[in-house]
Design a protein around this ligand. Structure first.
Ligand code: 5AD
Ligand code: SF4
Length: 471
């Protein structure tokens, strides 16, 4: 566990950034072009946000962002939630071996959830010795220092922390979009769902102080942001471990007051902690988006118990009913795992039953992936692959069938749309997002990007709409 003074740490890192900047400038003068940096991000929105911070540090240190891996500094920000994520990273890393042979000055780094696992760090050391820097999820703010150490030494720099209590504020960051941004409100997870590796690689739950969150959002709004996505593994338990405890709903009400902010989203809600206070706050809000991501994981109470989820099929359905009663236009999305150890055909049919009853707007469906070190990895009755495949396909068919009719429910109405980008498929086309998270394509001028405009939804295409902007 590392305990230093977070403010002192931010200062120290700025000093390292200055030193690296000097070295970057020298090298770029020598070769007659700027040094470039590329980050490949795997996994969830937490990682995406971490990558924005990492790129912020790199730009501060004088690198220019590249859009391919043919760069002077290449960083892999990894995910380990499912096995296939790991394999993809090693595939990409393998390709870099030849690249580095031709460009020996290229620096290669790997960070993120995968590197919090000892076995993976060993694999990198042994099989990918050309990697220059290895670090984890707890010390991303140290990138400048690690770069400095690598540029002044020889051999791989490895710095992985087991855990931390520290939240370092005021570090540089970039944003993918000028008008919307993710905002971390908490880090880590205490839930230990029995299949999940996240609590082991992201550490214990830590909430940011509300004043730091509000100050960050105010700065973002001053800088043109109209929509924020509040990020946490389980936002519903926000604030419990603060010196002065505060509920997530209370935090939302404070954020709602920020003038100029138009939309508030958040991810992810654990059904066990979703309070009536939150439902009421959402119902009474004009800024909180009409969308809830409410991971089900399984519809079988027996499996939910084995998953350590702390709710039953029935209580989940009651919760959905309560939400829909108070917020009728809400879109519900979910995560479902197929093939958890011991899942029988009856258990699986319970899952299908919930999907049929809830009628999700969309669902992310995952095949269970055995993660070493989690309780589920050593449970008996791992389900055979062909059975899982068959269930997975049946689930996908059902999800798609219900989602396409559910998504069409607002057809014909006029809705507010945040214009996000040009639509690549049509000339003069734009793509925007509804409050309920569905996308709309319509004609309009690119100068509207970043604005919220009224759009009539004229045609439903299953998972998105075609619309026409209203005057
Ligand atoms: N296997 C398959 N899916 C998993 N998830 C988390 N751990 C696993 C695992 N071991 C899924 C859950 C979670 C989402 C982010 O990833 O559905 O909600
Ligand atoms: Fe994993 Fe469960 Fe925590 Fe989500 S709530 S990150 S599924 S342990």
């Amino acid at each position: 566990m590392n305990m230093t003074d977070p403010q002192g740490e931010a200062l120290l890192q700025r000093k390292y950034t200055e030193k690296v900047r000097r070295m970057v400038r020298e090298r770029s003068e020598r070769i007659g072009r700027p040094l470039t940096a590329y980050i490949a991000t795997f996994g969830c929105q937490m990682n995406a946000r971490d990558s924005e911070k990492l790129m912020g540090i790199l730009l501060d240190a004088g690198f220019v962002e590249a859009d391919t891996e043919q760069a002077d500094f290449v960083l892999y920000n990894t995910c380990t939630v499912r096995e296939n994520a790991n394999e993809r990273v090693y595939g990409r890393l393998g390709h870099m071996k030849a690249y580095k042979r031709e460009h020996p000055d290229t620096l290669i780094a790997i960070c993120g959830c995968m590197m919090q696992e000892e076995a993976e760090v060993t694999r990198v050391r042994e099989k990918y010795p050309f990697v220059d820097i290895v670090f984890g999820t707890h010390n991303i703010f140290k990138l400048a220092q690690l770069l400095y150490e690598r540029m002044n030494g020889s051999g791989m720099v490895v710095d992985v922390w087991e855990g931390t209590q520290q939240i370092v504020e005021d570090l540089p960051s970039v944003r993918k979009y000028p008008f919307k941004s993710g905002v971390n409100i908490m880090f880590g997870c205490n839930n230990f769902c029995s299949y999940c590796i996240v609590p082991y690689v992201r550490g214990r739950e830590r909430s940011r102080r509300p004043e730091d969150i509000i100050a960050e959002i105010r700065r973002l709004v001053d800088d043109g942001v109209v929509e924020v996505m509040l990020l946490g593994q389980n936002v519903n338990s926000y604030g419990r471990n603060l010196p002065e405890p505060m509920s997530f709903a209370a935090l939302l009400r404070e954020i709602e007051q920020i003038e100029g902010l138009r939309r508030i989203r958040f991810m992810t809600s654990h059904p066990k902690d979703l309070s009536d206070e939150l439902i009421e706050t959402m119902a009474g809000s004009s800024k909180i988006c009409r969308h809830l991501h409410l991971p089900l994981q399984s519809g079988s109470t027996r499996i939910l118990k084995a998953m350590n989820r702390h709710y039953s099929k029935e209580s989940y359905l009651v919760l959905v009913e309560r939400i829909r009663e108070r917020i009728p236009d809400i879109a519900l999305t979910t995560d479902i795992i197929v093939g958890f150890p011991g899942e029988s055909e009856e258990d699986f049919e319970e899952t299908l039953d919930v999907v049929r009853r809830v009628r999700y707007d969309s669902a992310f469906t995952f095949i269970y992936s055995k993660r070493d070190g989690t309780p589920a990895a050593s449970m008996p009755d791992q389900v055979p692959e062909d059975v899982i495949r068959d269930r997975f396909n049946r689930l996908l068919d059902l999800v798609q069938e219900t989602a396409s009719t559910v998504c069409a429910r607002d057809l014909g109405s006029v809705r507010e749309v945040l214009v996000e980008e040009r639509d690549d498929h049509t000339e003069g086309g734009l793509t925007g997002r509804l409050s309920n998270n569905l996308m709309v394509h319509f004609s309009g001028d690119a100068s509207l990007i970043g604005r919220i405009v009224p759009v009539r939804l004229t045609e439903s295409r299953g998972f998105y709409y075609i619309g026409r902007m209203e005057e």
